[in-house]
Design a protein around this ligand. Structure first.
Ligand SMILES: Cc1cc2nc3c(=O)[nH]c(=O)nc-3n(C[C@H](O)[C@H](O)[C@H](O)COP(=O)(O)OP(=O)(O)OC[C@H]3O[C@@H](n4cnc5c(N)ncnc54)[C@H](O)[C@@H]3O)c2cc1C
Length: 409
């Protein structure tokens, strides 16, 4: 039996590393008492679009994580596209980023090490169970680790929920991702996050994304892909066919040969506020909670849930209450939740028939300076506006007036 830690974290992706760093930043004396177990070696590949909101990058900076040491692409706005129609918003002078996950995740894990966390890579956990005063984890080689709190940061494919009989809500969706060469230019595709919802015309409730990115060597590439079907047999060939249809509209993009894509597949699961996210000394973070339904953004939830988990653990240590009761309340108050709510409403209305109306209600394509939901969404994304303001009466009134003007002219 190994020594007992105060906190054990399973998974060394962004959610696990950021929980470790948030904890040790708030309570440096905990450092020697935090164990992080990652199944794979680092750096390791993670299939992802790599879109990183500025509000999240700001949070990383406050934790001493310097993005300048890894390659990234800059983006200064977001566009929602449907067929020939497009609605865009800038990020109000505060660029967001597109990162390559292998380098990004390694940077975060290294920061956890610097903070004094005991990091073990190549250390899969195959199970865990509760005991009277904590949790016992069983490693792949049969070794056991004991901790007062377990942070489950093992991602969408992780098994931690099954160890405690706490299933996630919502089924997993399939995503296909591909990279292709990019020649840097001043074209809008080189500086915007493009979310193309034309896939709904083909009966798929999802989107294709095209992000300017960089590869492992820092060379410019586009990171693109599609989602919108459950993670099941046969979904992949349908998604490929629809993606190639959608990409016909971007035939002017340099190096694009529809049909010549090399795809990687990976699942994701949409966040649900109704699932159990903490219980009796176990706290789920990152994609064990889910992603934003409209954009698939998961890194924001990683950063926010890591901060909430750290607060909840510190509070538990101070009060002796390890029930995790406060965790859901903390999650609902943080940045991703208003974005999730807006995204949830958007996706509920996502059909080909309604899409043009939906687009005109949330976005302003006239360039007349009026601000719509998409502008506020981008302000939060870019860290210009406090997320809670999305629910302020004044803003709701402005949004309502915008919609009224759109409908009645
Ligand atoms: C194609 C695609 C595109 C995406 N694009 C974006 C985007 O542009 N922007 C964005 O914000 N989000 C995006 N996401 C979502 C984002 O990738 C995830 O939300 C994010 O990776 C979740 O981080 P995590 O730390 O929770 O899990 P992960 O990154 O999956 O890390 C989990 C870690 O846990 C380890 N692990 C698992 N089981 C065990 C075990 N038993 N023992 C020890 N270790 C274990 C794994 O090896 C892994 O390293 C995308 C997702 C996909 C699939």
């Amino acid at each position: 039996m190994n020594r007992k830690y105060k906190v054990a974290i399973v998974g060394g992706g962004p959610a696990g590393s950021l929980t470790a760093v948030s904890l040790c930043t708030a309570r440096p004396e905990l450092a020697g008492d935090v164990l992080l177990l990652e199944a794979r070696g680092m750096p390791r590949e993670k299939v992802c679009g790599g879109g990183l909101a500025r509000r999240v990058a700001d949070r990383l900076a406050s934790l001493g994580i310097d993005l300048e040491s890894i390659p990234y692409a800059r983006v200064n706005g977001m566009s929602l596209v449907f067929g020939g129609r497009e609605a865009s918003s800038v990020f109000y002078g505060r660029e967001s980023y597109v990162v390559r996950r292998s380098a990004f995740d390694a940077l975060l894990l290294e920061r956890a090490r610097e903070c004094g966390v005991e990091v073990r890579t190549g250390a899969p956990v195959k199970g865990a169970y509760r005991e009277r005063d904590g949790i016992t984890l069983v490693g792949g080689d049969g070794s056991e680790y004991r901790a007062r709190v377990l942070v489950a940061a093992d991602g969408v494919n992780g098994k931690s929920r099954t160890w405690f009989g706490l299933p996630a809500r919502h089924e997993r969706r399939l995503l296909l991702q591909t990279d292709f060469k990019r020649v840097e230019s001043d074209h809008v595709l080189d500086s915007s996050l493009i979310m193309d919802y034309s896939a709904v015309k083909y009966g798929i409730s999802g989107y294709a994304w095209i992000f300017p990115s960089v590869d492992e060597e820092g060379e410019p590439v586009f990171n693109a892909g599609i989602t919108g079907l459950p993670y099941s047999k046969g979904a992949s060939s349908t998604l490929k066919a629809v993606f190639e249809q959608v990409m016909q509209d971007y035939h002017h993009v340099h190096g694009l040969t529809p049909g010549g894509f090399k795809y990687k597949s990976y699942p994701e699961r949409v966040f649900s506020p109704l699932q159990v996210n903490a219980s009796g000394g176990v706290i789920f973070v990152g994609e064990q909670l889910g992603v934003d339904p409209m954009t698939g953004e998961g890194l924001g939830i990683c950063a926010d849930s890591a901060a909430c988990a750290a607060e909840e653990i510190i509070c538990a240590m101070d009060t002796g209450d390890y029930s995790g009761r406060g965790y859901n309340r903390r999650l609902l108050r943080c940045g991703f939740f208003p974005l999730y709510t807006a995204g949830k409403i958007f996706t509920e209305f996502l059909t080909a028939r309604r899409f043009p109306l939906l687009l005109s209600l949330i976005a302003n394509s006239n360039g007349d300076g009026r601000e719509f939901v998409l502008n506020h969404y981008c302000k939060i994304f870019a860290g210009v506006m406090e997320p809670a303001s999305l629910c302020s009466l004044q803003l709701l009134r402005e949004i309502f007036n915008g919609i009224r003007q759109t409908v009645y002219g």
